[in-house]
Design a protein around this ligand. Structure first.
Ligand code: AMP
Ligand code: MG
Length: 407
């Protein structure tokens, strides 16, 4: 019981308990933030046809070879191709077709002359055009069919998060429905008889419940749905009632009530059903986790707000992403140089709320005066967590550090 688990050991127990949620098909318009469960393949070539990358004139290269300002070449303009036209006008030697960006290149053209390389503007060019600069080569300013992707090519792979770029890629590839994992449904539950709702002036002995707000925002940020938000008094019966109420969730995240004090309702209510452990980290040493018989995953995080934030990053967020089948469940790590000295607890890995300067490549504590895990308001200054190995006891300016980036 008093033995410390490493962060990796506890994390492995958490992730071992995760089974990805079922797959469902959603319209692309509803897919942003979801995790892909099957590859997205291009339904057609993209571009679907050779098209012009400039407003100008489709020409036969042989007609305009050698053209320059001193030796312009006049061509007769015999057709006009706006974007959206499906025409394929034929044209002969000494002729050209006016063409707009994105319009299909006529079969008999082998280059585009941008209108900037002709005399006169586009407006009065339906007659004769004077080419004042020859295209550099065959294919100049032509975007080739399939140059982006080809029919059947994998555009997006399972496990990818469908961010704005990804949903746009699916749309461009002609895909309207995608297979994704169901979003996890999550209950966030604060415990503590001292808690009052935000906006209520705390009396002596009371403190605002910031963890509910913190956890609800973190869960949403992990692309999961917060379906229950609750704040309970330190009373084991209230925990049992909550468990009955939140029957329809995949995950319950408690804050507070898991450590060794006299009033620890999560521990009292659940000590037979989930494990209560100590993890070699700071903050976040007391942790509770387990799967209930009905499959719901239960996290019990220590109540200090910074401990909640760190525990969420290290254990809960990876689990929520693994439930969605996400291929990458870890935050990005940057290697930055400490710009200040500070001490860290021996034998425990420190996750220090940090301010970073990505241009200078430096990291420093987000709050002067150390790493108090109760500094709920100062947490707002953190942009990252500096991760200090357990066997390090002092950080000195100039030391290289791994830093977990929180976007
Ligand atoms: P606990 O883990 O329950 O012993 O709580 C540790 C510390 O975190 C105590 O000072 C609590 O008042 C504080 N705390 C617990 N829950 C919350 C919460 N929801 N919001 C803000 N502070 C909290
Ligand atoms: Mg408490």
């Amino acid at each position: 019981m008093s033995e410390l688990l490493t962060v990796e050991e506890h994390r492995a127990r958490v992730l071992d308990a995760v089974t990805p949620l079922p797959v469902e098909t959603v319209r692309l318009a509803d897919a942003a933030g979801r995790t892909l469960a099957a590859p997205v393949r291009a339904a057609h070539d993209l571009p679907g046809f050779d098209n012009s990358s400039m407003d100008g004139f489709a020409v036969r290269l042989a007609d305009v070879e050698g053209a320059d300002a001193e030796n312009p070449v006049a061509l007769r303009v015999v057709a006009d191709l706006p974007a959206g036209s499906s025409d394929d006008p034929s044209f002969g030697a000494g002729e050209a077709v006016r063409i707009m960006t994105g319009a299909p290149v006529p079969t008999h053209a082998d280059a585009i002359v941008p209108f900037e390389d002709t005399a006169g503007g586009l407006a009065d060019s339906l007659g004769t055009v004077e080419v004042r600069r020859a295209p550099a080569a065959s294919g100049a300013f032509i975007r080739r069919r399939g140059g982006d992707t080809r029919t059947g090519d994998v555009v997006l792979t399972p496990g990818e998060r469908l961010g704005p770029f990804a949903v746009a890629a699916a749309a461009a590839a002609g895909v309207a429905d995608v297979e994704v994992r169901r979003r996890p449904r999550v209950a966030v539950v604060s415990t503590g008889s001292e808690l009052v709702p935000p906006g209520v002036a705390p009396g002596r002995g009371q403190t605002p419940d910031s963890n509910s707000t913190l956890l609800a925002a973190l869960v949403a940020d992990a692309d999961a749905d917060v379906t229950v938000v609750s704040s309970l008094r330190d009373d084991a019966d209230a925990i049992h009632a909550l468990l009955a109420h939140a029957a329809d969730v995949d995950v319950i995240v408690f804050s507070g009530g898991v450590s060794a004090g006299a009033y620890e309702p999560v521990r009292q209510a659940l000590s037979e059903r989930i494990s209560f452990v100590k993890v070699a980290m700071q903050p976040g040493k007391p942790q509770a986790f387990g799967a209930l018989d009905d499959g719901r995953l239960v996290f019990g995080l220590p109540g200090n707000p910074v401990s909640v934030a760190v525990s969420f990053e290290v254990f809960v967020r990876p689990a929520l992403l693994a439930l969605q089948g996400r291929a990458v469940i870890d935050r990005r790590i940057a290697r930055l140089t400490a710009s200040e000295d500070w001490t860290t607890p021996p034998g425990r890995r420190q996750y220090l709320p940090a301010a970073i300067d990505l241009v200078a490549g430096t990291v420093r504590p987000a709050t002067a005066g150390g790493s108090g895990s109760h500094l709920a308001a100062s947490l707002a200054r953190a942009e990252a967590f500096a991760v200090i190995p357990a066997d390090v006891s002092t950080v000195s300016a100039g030391d290289p550090l791994d830093v977990m980036l929180i976007p």
